[in-house]
Design a protein around this ligand. Structure first.
Ligand code: PGA
Length: 243
């Protein structure tokens, strides 16, 4: 990529999760009180398994860190297996000997607007924002058309995003929407990591990194960040050759 562009790390599939987890562990060693926003989804699952192993082996601790959830479905019952808070607890937090402070999104609150405002405040001053990449270019639930100055907010989800709740993540009902940390907070983080794996993400990763920045592909807005690192496996990076 260009001299001032993102740092793009392309890793063999078999090494990808361990490499991301090792870099996260290194950040935690440097800064035990790390304030980090974390995503859920298929992409980070193996990273969390590797990070939990590293913690149990004594190579890092999250005990003094704070984990702020990136996004959450609206309309799924508490405990639904597709809920982002449930997934992050299952895949990471409950596997740790010393869990971090965890800030889920209060989508079950009677006053959703107040819960969203509270989460926006929690997403101020992030040391690190870790995000995945949607097939439509979304980041968190910042769907196509999102503004780079967008706040943490309730959003209408695209049909393909809603379909993924049941088809990919096993939701027991259809979500009615989502809440996401907005680009204003993500771009204000000290550092941003974009995690991308699999051949099916190759075209959208190429769009995000090589086409002119465009809200139609929200991931392209991350290129505004001066410290963006892309962790791609070789399959996801398959259309980046020559760029
Ligand atoms: P995935 O989802 O990690 O399950 O592919 C990413 C996303 O849609 O943001």
């Amino acid at each position: 990529m260009s001299a001032n562009g993102p740092r793009v790390l392309i890793l063999p599939e078999d090494d990808w999760a361990a490499a991301v987890a090792a870099e996260l562990a290194a950040r935690l060693v440097e800064r035990p009180s790390l304030r980090v926003c974390l995503p859920t989804g298929g992409t980070p699952t193996p990273v969390y398994a590797a990070l939990a192993n590293a913690e149990r082996a004594g190579r890092c601790s999250l005990g003094a860190a704070t984990v702020v959830l990136l996004d959450e479905w609206v309309g799924l019952a508490p405990g639904d297996p597709a809920r982002c808070d449930v997934r992050l607890r299952d895949e990471l937090l409950e596997r740790l000997e010393a869990p971090p402070a965890f800030v889920p999104i209060g989508v079950d609150a009677a006053d959703l607007a107040a819960a969203v405002a509270e989460h926006d405040a929690a997403a101020v001053c992030l040391d690190l924002a870790v995000v995945g990449l949607g097939m439509n270019g979304h980041i968190g639930f910042n769907e196509p058309g999102s503004s780079p100055s967008g706040a943490t907010r309730v959003v209408t989800l695209q049909p393909m995003t809603i379909a993924a709740a049941t088809a990919q993540y096993g939701a027991r009902s259809m979500p009615s929407g989502g809440v996401t940390v907005g680009f204003a907070r993500l771009l204000a983080a000290q550092e941003v990591w974009l995690l991308v794996t699999g051949e099916r993400k190759a075209a959208v990763l190429r769009r995000a990194l090589t086409e002119p920045e465009n809200a139609a592909c929200p991931a392209s807005l991350l290129r505004r960040h001066p410290r963006l690192t892309v962790f791609a496996d070789e399959a996801a990076a398959g259309e980046l050759r020559g760029n």
